[in-house]
Design a protein around this ligand. Structure first.
Ligand SMILES: [Zn+2]
Length: 83
């Protein structure tokens, strides 16, 4: 698994929807790639911020959160809403 693939799987990993094979690959990559561990931590922080931001649309986003990460979270949040 590459870093790019990991970022594509991250939402499914956190929601538990990742197939077992992919989950093994995902965690194997985390073992060898500190950058992606940091990215995963940042992603989870952003998800928390995103949930909080739902209460207040005007809530400022900290400068430390990369814009690409915010977009990834927003697209992940809008995906499963169609029941
Ligand atoms: Zn990586």
């Amino acid at each position: 698994m590459t870093c790019r693939e990991l970022t594509a799987f991250i939402a499914d990993y956190l929601s538990g929807d990742l197939p077992p094979d992919s989950k093994i690959e995902f965690e194997r990559h985390l073992d060898v790639c500190p950058n992606c561990v940091t990215y995963l931590d940042g992603y989870q922080d952003t998800v928390r911020l995103g949930r909080h931001a739902c209460d207040d649309d005007d809530a400022p986003v900290p400068d430390t959160v990369p814009e690409a990460l915010i977009e990834a979270v927003l697209s992940a949040r809008s995906k499963p809403s169609q029941a």
